[in-house]
Design a protein around this ligand. Structure first.
Ligand code: FAD
Ligand code: FES
Length: 278
C-alpha cells in the first residue's frame, strides 16, 4: 500500500528571483516515470521538505496545462523556505502530494473572472490564470488586480506585462508605498475596483493574499454586486500532515488541507471562528 507520508526527490531545474526574499523554483521529479505521470489541479498544494529540516505546505504556482515540471514560489520566512532559498540549480528537495481541493472548473467556465491578489498570494492564483490563458476560449473577460507593499515586492513582473497583452484581459497593479520609479496606482488593492469597473453579474472573483486583504477585498466585492457564492478565496492554516489526519488545520469543522484550501466566501462566513481566520 502506498505510504502517503513518503516524499519523493525532485531536482531544482531553474530558479527565478522574484523579489529580495521570494524565488520561483522549477522542479522535476528525479524518477522519470513520476516526472511524466505527476498530475495536479490548479489551486492544489504540495508538502515540500528538506532533509533534516522539516516540511511546509506550498501552493503549486505552475499550471497543470504545462507538463513535466512543477513550479513553487516561496518567500524565505522560516526554516524550510530559508533552507531552499539558499539552494542552487541541481539541488534536491522532497515533495509529497498534490493535496487539497482546487479552483472549481465547471463553476468558472464561461464566466468573467476577476482575480484579486496581494503579495505572494499571486502564486497560487497564477496557476489558474495560466490555466485559463491556455484554454482562453472557455472563459470570458479576465481582470487581474494585484497589490504589493512596494514596487520591490511585486512578483512575476514580466508575466504580469505579458498577461496585460492578452486579448480580453485587463491588468491593474497597485502598491501601498511608491518609490520614485512608480507611475501606476498607489493604495490598497480595493482602490483598483472602481478603475477596473468590476460588476458582479456573470463574474466570479478569485482572491488570494494576506488574511486582512482577503477580508476587506471580499467584503468590498459585495458592494459591487458579487454574491458570496461567487467569491472564491484560498485560506492558509498551520498544517502538519496535509492529508486530513492530524487536525492541525481544522476550521469550522472542516480541514483546510482536504476540504480547502479553496473555499467560497459563503463557506467562510459560516465558520463559527471566523474572527480567528482574519
Ligand atoms: C495551503 C498553503 C499554501 C501555502 N503556499 C505557500 C506558497 O506558495 N509560498 C510560500 O512562501 N508560503 C506558502 N505557504 C505558507 C508556508 O507554508 C509557511 O509560511 C511555512 O510556515 C513556511 O515554512 P518554514 O519552515 O520556512 O517557516 P517556519 O519555520 O514554519 O516559520 C514561518 C513563520 O511562521 C511562524 N510559525 C511557524 N509555525 C507556527 C505556529 N505553529 N504558530 C504560530 N506561528 C508559527 C514562525 O515563527 C515564522 O514567523 C502556504 C501555506 C499553506 C497552508
Ligand atoms: S494538516 Fe493535518 S488535518 Fe490538515
Amino acid at each position: 500500500m502506498k505510504n502517503e507520508y513518503i516524499p519523493y526527490p525532485a531536482e531544482i531545474v531553474s530558479i527565478r528571483k522574484e523579489t529580495y526574499d521570494v524565488k520561483t523554483y522549477k522542479l522535476r521529479f528525479s524518477d522519470p516515470k513520476l516526472a511524466e505521470s505527476f498530475s495536479y489541479k490548479q489551486g492544489q498544494f504540495v508538502q515540500v521538505s528538506v532533509l533534516g529540516t522539516g516540511e511546509a505546505p506550498i501552493s503549486i504556482t505552475s499550471s497543470p496545462t504545462r507538463k513535466g515540471f512543477l513550479e513553487l514560489t516561496m518567500r524565505a520566512t522560516g526554516r524550510i523556505t530559508n533552507a531552499i532559498y539558499g539552494m542552487h540549480t541541481g539541488d534536491t528537495v522532497f515533495i509529497r502530494g498534490p493535496y487539497g481541493n482546487s479552483f472549481p472548473f465547471k463553476e468558472l467556465k464561461g464566466r468573467d473572472i476577476a482575480f484579486v491578489a496581494g503579495g505572494i498570494g499571486l502564486a497560487p492564483v497564477r496557476s489558474l490564470i495560466n490555466f485559463i490563458f491556455d484554454n482562453r476560449h472557455l472563459f470570458g473577460h479576465i481582470t487581474i488586480l494585484y497589490g504589493a507593499k512596494t514596487p520591490k515586492d511585486i512578483c512575476f513582473k514580466d508575466e504580469i506585462k505579458q498577461w496585460a497583452g492578452i486579448r480580453d484581459t485587463s491588468v491593474y497593479v497597485t502598491v501601498d508605498r511608491a518609490d520614485e520609479t512608480w507611475r501606476e496606482n498607489i493604495g490598497v488593492v480595493t482602490s483598483l475596483y472602481p478603475k477596473a469597473g468590476l460588476k458582479g453579474d456573470n463574474s466570479t472573483a478569485v482572491l488570494c493574499g494576506p488574511p486582512v486583504m482577503i477580508k476587506f477585498a471580499a467584503r468590498e466585492l459585495l458592494n459591487y454586486g458579487f454574491v458570496s457564492d461567487n467569491i472564491i478565496v484560498t485560506l492558509e492554516r498551520y498544517m502538519k500532515c496535509g492529508i486530513g489526519k492530524c487536525g492541525h488545520c481544522n476550521i469550522g469543522g472542516l480541514y483546510v488541507c482536504t476540504d480547502g484550501p479553496v473555499f467560497t466566501w459563503k463557506q467562510v462566513g459560516e465558520f463559527p471562528e471566523i474572527e480567528n481566520v482574519f
